[in-house]
Design a protein around this ligand. Sequence first.
Ligand code: ATP
Length: 354
Amino acid sequence: MRETAEQPSDRDDIETAIDADDLQVTYADGTEAVRSVSLTIPRGEFFGFLGPNGAGKTTTIKVLATLLDATGGGVRVNGFDAAESSRAIRESIGYMAQETSVDEELTARENLKFACEAYGVPRGERADRIDELLDLVDLAEVADKRSEDFSGGMKKRLDVATALVHQPPLVFLDEPTTGLDPKARNKLWEYFRAINDRGTTIFLTTQYLEEADQLCDRLAVIADGEIVATGEPAELKRRVGGEILDIELADSQDAADAEEAAAVVREADLLGADATIDPTEEGLQITSRQARSRGTDVLVALRDAGIGVTGFNVRAPTLDDVFLAITGETTGEGEDAAAATAPDDPVAGEVSDE
Ligand SMILES: Nc1ncnc2c1ncn2[C@@H]1O[C@H](COP(=O)(O)OP(=O)(O)OP(=O)(O)O)[C@@H](O)[C@H]1O
């Protein structure tokens, strides 16, 4: 890190990577993108920030990374006040934006050299640091190839390395694996874990709830510019209140039948007062502490009412269920996951991702 006149003013803050107090952002056109966000993220945490499209995630990240001024509230990052010491903050963070920052005219090594210059990494340290980062993200073998031939996954890995050249103690990753195939995504997860194991605090936004579940120590869910839930992934799943019974109704049944099936299950009163019974595209989704023990009774009640059932499954809640319960929306992960299984933008003469 370059020397700066601005120093963290409060020792307590040094243990706290991010402290946002009632953060607000209203854009010039009047859009209240962030209404009130308060977050305290200790050093070393792997923190996930989730929310439906347009909830205010990127706006919050931009304020924390001092790329945008808040219109209300206070922010301290790495012990520096965002309103007074934006340069010091920028020098002490890495930021991987949704869009790639790779310069395709340059090789992987040249991209990293350029980032070293931009961040003021001392000349004598640059070569070793670049080699170490190329190794970390498995790009050493293609270090001197022009990055225009890299696959999407390779460019993302180069983006990760670029965000780390100045060894920042805090890294922001804004949807870092969107659009990647599962293999490329898994590789990136390894690097993120490795960086976090070395002590780097990570602030991640993602639309893949499995990603948040696999990587994050703690999560916050934002909806309409406000935090609506915070907790460890397991804690949030427990809040769903039981297990999930998915029931698939026969193809011949339509939406009205699903409503009728839900009414039959409610009337049968088998699952306790706190159960939720919702029609879905396939049939019914039931959340209940008795989902396992009373599941077959539910199926019998449906059969007795003349409703055809073609399949059922009892399972533990996932973060998708949490997300749906909290925000009433899905992340759109299904569509994206389908896209993500497609090849990763192959281009003519592409360098292999292996
Ligand atoms: N420059 C801008 N001017 C006006 N409104 C904006 C601007 N940027 C974002 N918004 C609006 O602010 C709200 C929050 O946007 P933001 O990009 O922070 O959400 P997000 O949670 O990151 O969404 P996504 O998952 O789609 O990236 C949205 O309603 C968006 O349309």
